[in-house]
Structures are given as C-alpha cells and as structure tokens.
Design a protein around this ligand. Structure first.
Ligand SMILES: Cc1cc2nc3c(=O)[nH]c(=O)nc-3n(C[C@H](O)[C@H](O)[C@H](O)COP(=O)(O)OP(=O)(O)OC[C@H]3O[C@@H](n4cnc5c(N)ncnc54)[C@H](O)[C@@H]3O)c2cc1C
Length: 413
C-alpha cells in the first residue's frame, strides 16, 4: 500500500554525513520545522554492516571548529569514545629536510579541548549521527529512494519508493535539500549544473598498524607520487593504528592495489618514510577517484544543494566534510530566523542570505584544497623552491601560520 501524500517544511534527500549533520542541526536550532530525511539504503547500525557510502572504511579528520558544533548538538560524549585527538600536524616534503609543525598548544583559539581536531572512523561516525537523529523529532525514511522531483509554486514534490519496483509515494516539501552525493541525478533533473575537473588521481585508503604510538601527530607528507596523510586512530586491542590516505596517479594506484600483502606494506613504508616509525601491517586498499566538482548554483528558490553534490574536494587537507558542517550550521541559522514563518523556508531572500554567507569560506577552502596537491606534487624546480619556502614560511611567519592553522582547524576564513 502506498503512503498517503504528505507535506513537510524541509525534506533532505541523502542520509550520509551531509544529510545527517544538517538534520541534527535543524532539530537543534529549528525545532519548529517539520523535517524528513529520505535515505535509499538501510540506516547504519553499530551491529550491522555499514552500507551507506559516507560510513565506509575511511576515517575522517574532524576539525576543532566542527567538534565545537558537535558539542553544541550534544554529540561530543559519544564521539569522544571513538576519536583520536590530533595534537600536532607535521607537514613535510619527501626528500627535503624542512618540515613545518603546527601544534594545538600554540593556538588556543583554534583548538578544541587541547586538540587541533580529532580522527574518527566513518564506520563509527555513522551510527553515532543516526542514533542521535533517532532521538530527535526528525522523521527518518529508510530505505526510501527518491526517483524524481517536480517543482511547483509551493516547493517540491518528491517521488520515492522503498524498494525497486515497489509502489510510488509522494512527499511535498517547502524546502528540498539535495544531499545525495557526488554526481547527483537529482541535480541533473533539476537542471542544476555541476562543473567537474578530474585530477586523474585516486585516493588509496587503508589502516596501518604502527610499531610505536603516534602520540596524536597527524602527518601530511608530499611525495613525487602525490600527497599522503597519516592520521592518528584510537588504539584497538593494544595496537597502535593510523589511517593512511595516499592520492596517487590512476595508473600507479592500479598497480599498488594488486600487490601482495607484504609488498603493499613495504611500498607504503617506502613511500611514506619513517617519520611515524615502522608500519607492521596494512589492511586492503580502497580506491576513490578524485575530482574537483562544484555546483554552478548551490541554491535557488525552494532548493539547496549540500555536501558532495555541492562541492567535492581533493581530500588532501581533510576539508570536505568540515566545510559541509559549516554549510549546515549556516543553513540552520538562516532557517532559524525568528521573522521567518514556517511556510517561508524556501524563500529566495533567506537562501540567498545563506549563499552569500558561505561564499567566502567555500571559495577559500576549495582553492586551498585544490592548490596544495598541485604545488606539492610538482617536479618543477621553481615550484619545489616555492613549496620549501612555504613550509619554511609556515614555521617562521606568524600570519601565514595563523592562517594555515585556522583553515586546518576548520574555523573557515
Ligand atoms: C578518501 C577520502 C577521505 C576524506 N577524508 C576527509 C577528512 O578527513 N575530513 C573531511 O572533512 N572530509 C573528508 N572527506 C570528504 C567527506 O568524505 C565528504 O565530505 C562526505 O563523504 C560527504 O558526504 P555526503 O553526505 O555529501 O555524500 P555521500 O557520502 O555520498 O552520501 C550521500 C547519501 O545519499 C544517499 N542517496 C543517494 N541517492 C539517493 C536517492 N535518490 N534517494 C535517497 N538517498 C539517496 C546515498 O545512499 C548516501 O547515503 C574525504 C573524502 C574522501 C574521498
């Protein structure tokens, strides 16, 4: 039997990191709004295998600014249990002696409980966000796959079904938030174009067991085959662990993925070097094709795009989700305006104010994520000097250092 047609103030399509974070913020800052979230897959559950793309085997560096927001939402006690603090960031260029170190202790304003940020495995983050969401009035529909959208004067009519070939349901909403990930079919249907530049790189991701404690250091290492990040993870069963992300050329990535376990371990150690000590084991590598995707318009009357479908960035600086958290906060603040009546959440002025508010941070964060890998993977001798000067500058020049820490800590610019 199909569900009767219904109307809500806000419908969010996609229950990944972006959709779930927005839903939590709306529940907290805009309790007067009726919000429904539609996710095509079964929701993540700590006991079940994790099926949502956001909550796979990756780990996410959550910046101090995002942690502050999650604390406001009451999530910090649950997150803390699964997070490894980032106390220091070490940036270095392979084959060169210089490196820059940034520490939380020297930057109180940009830190959260003495850390620059924290790292959590996505498989732990998903159940935490969705468990918190289940305790709010937000209505969760899952599995619920949105198959089409029609806009009218009052908002959007969403067509969805719970199973392939199952009965079609319709949901009307005043504001439609599209958070269905990169290469969104809904954006295409709405005619909201997305510009994509492929980096011809793949991010290889795995967990490594370390011989010694990482002591809360996150390493950002630039190598001729692309940037690598080694992020601290909480110890498990007494084993020191770190999450490794290596963005390398497509061809090279293919070769590395088929190496035997031992050969893979040696390759990763050789590539990263010894700054974090010996790698004693490395898990299977997962590969993610990398591109810079930017929606030409992120909002229009009754519609907002959020998360990967609005901007998909190079993961080198760990900025994508943190930028989305700031977008979610700004949108919730815009919708919480007391003068905004319930039926007006899709109004152009409100969404334009949101867009204007986010313009600068998005431009700078996207530029930061885009330029850093290009600069640090170049073999051009001039660029090599520039990046060495950059690392030296990070060490020696306070304003540059402050700016880098502010960006890395996720407070936006
Ligand atoms: C290798 C890698 C490492 C990263 N590391 C970091 C990091 O350290 N720090 C950081 O800040 N960011 C990081 N990021 C970025 C971060 O992962 C993204 O910002 C995040 O995944 C955005 O999630 P999303 O919810 O927008 O999209 P998705 O994760 O793709 O979620 C979209 C959701 O929509 C659902 N959906 C799709 N279509 C429909 C439909 N028709 N109907 C209903 N539901 C639908 C999907 O099932 C899915 O659950 C990293 C990214 C990569 C690739």
């Amino acid at each position: 039997m199909s569900e009767p047609q219904q109307r809500v103030d806000v419908a969010i399509v996609g229950g990944g990191m972006a959709g779930a974070s927005l839903a939590l913020m709306l529940a907290h800052f805009c309790p007067h709004l009726r919000v429904r979230l539609l996710e095509q897959r079964a929701l993540p559950d700590a006991a079940a295998s994790v099926e949502l793309p956001s909550f796979d085997t990756r780990a996410t560096a959550i910046a101090a600014g995002s942690l502050q927001l999650f604390r406001q939402l009451g999530l910090w006690p649950a997150l803390r249990e699964y997070c490894a603090p980032i106390k220091r960031v070490q940036v270095s260029d392979r084959g060169h002696a210089f490196g820059a170190a940034l520490s939380a202790s020297e930057q109180e304003q940009a830190s959260f409980e003495g850390m620059l940020g924290a790292v959590i495995e996505n498989a732990a983050l998903g159940p935490i966000l969705h468990k918190a969401l289940a305790e709010t009035p937000v209505e969760l529909l899952a599995p619920a796959r949105v198959t089409g959208v029609h806009m009218d004067n009052c908002g959007a009519n969403l067509h969805w079904n719970a199973a392939e070939g199952g009965p079609e349901n319709v949901l009307d909403c005043t504001l439609l938030v599209v958070a269905d990930g990169v290469d969104s079919p809904l954006c295409r249907q709405l005619g909201m174009e997305i510009d994509t530049v492929k980096y011809q790189q793949r991010a290889l991701v795995t967990t490594v067991a370390l011989q010694r404690d990482h002591e809360g250091v996150a390493f950002e290492r630039f190598t001729p085959s692309g940037p690598m990040a080694l992020l601290p993870l909480p110890r498990r069963e007494g084993i020191h662990r770190a999450a490794l992300v290596w963005a390398c050329a497509e061809k090279e990535a293919e070769g590395i993925c088929v190496l035997s376990e031992d050969a893979r371990l040696q390759r990763l150690q050789k590539q990263f070097g010894w700054r974090a000590g010996r790698f004693i084991k490395a898990g299977a590598l997962q590969g993610y094709p990398l591109s810079l995707s930017l929606a030409r318009e992120q909002w229009r009357r009754n519609v907002v795009l959020l998360g990967n479908c609005a901007h998909f960035l190079h993961p080198v600086a760990g900025q994508g989700f943190n930028l989305t958290v700031r977008d979610c906060y700004a949108l919730a603040q815009a919708l919480a305006q007391p003068r905004l009546q319930q039926g007006a959440v899709g109004q152009l002025e409100c969404l334009a104010a949101y867009g204007e508010n986010r313009r600068r941070d998005q431009r700078l964060t996207v530029g930061f994520s885009d330029r850093i890998p290009a600069l640090f993977s170049s073999g051009n001798p001039f660029q090599q000097v520039v990046r060495q000067m950059g690392l030296l500058g990070l060490t020696l020049i306070p304003p540059l250092r402050q700016q880098f820490i502010g960006q890395a800590a996720g407070f936006g610019l």
